[in-house]
Design a protein around this ligand. Structure first.
Ligand code: CP
Ligand code: NVA
Length: 308
């Protein structure tokens, strides 16, 4: 049984196999209607629970559609409406759900909640985002980068802004897929030192620059995310905006990257905050391909977890 809890906890060969399978499955669908099942339905007869303790558009819809395209059935559950939100433990929830369903995808707050679910479930558990990481997103982003620009190994990625959960998964991916990552942002929002250490331990170059234009020089891709994540307190909003404004991805910053550098963002975005609409809608942006590829990457992740 394979959980998919984080990119640094999954072997490079399994990660590569999932990326390649995602691309093959995407190609195989050609122009089929979105609601039509795939030619092969390897998850036929499987039941999948998608649990959300935080809001979601992409993760929720792409998992649901992807599972159905492969023949599975799904149920989308809100943490608040489950006994989980009213005092039942994660461990007991995991034990109970394991009697009904074949796989659990969980979006939650603390990473410890996800790990407890995985420890006590007897079915695979997928990380649909925690305060600490967002591995499904970065698998989709690797599919996206490679379909536009070829192998990601050896490239220079620049992360501008908050060193948050998505940034940590990029650092894990840098280590596992062999690319470099330069972080630029205020010191108080530096990335998780454990994620930086992981990438470096695998031979990736991780640099930190306070000057965003210096950081962006020669980038193959410039990546950002919201300045205030779902787990950040509302009281931090104004301070974060003031700290992060110099790290907005705009035309000047894109101009420091390579001429064919991509602009990436997991979405949802706050237009003209972390990135200008000019960049988001410009020719270097692949943000909606990233959203589309959530579907294909997660189909490969589901097959990996279910051994199908
Ligand atoms: N990128 C992402 O995970 O989006 P949602 O929050 O809409 O799922
Ligand atoms: N960093 C963001 C990502 C949303 C997909 C958050 O956690 O809110």
């Amino acid at each position: 049984m394979n959980h998919f809890l984080d990119i640094h906890k999954t072997s490079p060969s399994d990660l590569r196999a999932m990326i390649d399978q995602a691309r093959a499955m995407k190609d195989a669908r050609n122009n089929r209607p979105k609601g039509m099942a795939d030619d092969a339905t390897p998850l036929s007869g499987r039941m999948i629970a998608l649990i959300f303790e935080k809001p979601s558009t992409r993760t929720r819809v792409s998992f649901d559609v992807g599972a159905r395209q492969m023949g599975a059935e799904t149920m989308v559950l809100s943490g608040k409406e489950m006994q989980l939100g009213h005092g039942e433990s994660i461990a007991d929830t995991a034990r109970v759900l394991s009697r009904y369903v074949d796989l659990i995808m969980l979006r939650t707050f603390e990473e410890a909640t996800l790990l407890e679910m995985a420890e006590h479930a007897t079915v695979p558990v997928i990380n649909g985002l925690t305060d600490s990481s967002h591995p499904c997103q970065i698998m989709a982003d690797i599919v996206t980068y490679e379909e536009h620009r070829g192998p990601i190994a050896g490239r220079k990625f620049v992360w501008s802004g908050d060193g948050n959960n998505v940034c940590s998964s990029w650092l894990h991916a840098a280590g596992q897929f062999g690319f470099d990552l330069t972080f630029t942002g205020p010191e108080t929002l530096d990335p998780d030192p454990k994620a930086v250490a992981f990438a470096r331990s695998r031979g990736s170059t991780v640099e930190i620059h306070r000057d965003p234009l210096v950081a962006a020089e020669g980038a193959d891709a410039i990546v950002t995310d919201t300045w205030v994540s779902m787990h950040d307190p509302e009281s931090a909003r104004e301070r974060r905006h003031n700290q992060l404004r110099p790290y907005q991805v705009n035309a000047q910053m894109m101009g420091e990257g390579k001429p064919d550098a991509l602009f990436m963002h997991c979405l949802p975005a706050h237009r003209n905050e972390e990135a200008t609409s000019e960049v988001m809608d410009g020719p270097q942006s692949v943000i909606f391909d990233e959203s589309e590829n959530r579907l294909h990457a997660q189909k490969a992740i589901l097959r990996y977890c279910l051994g199908a």
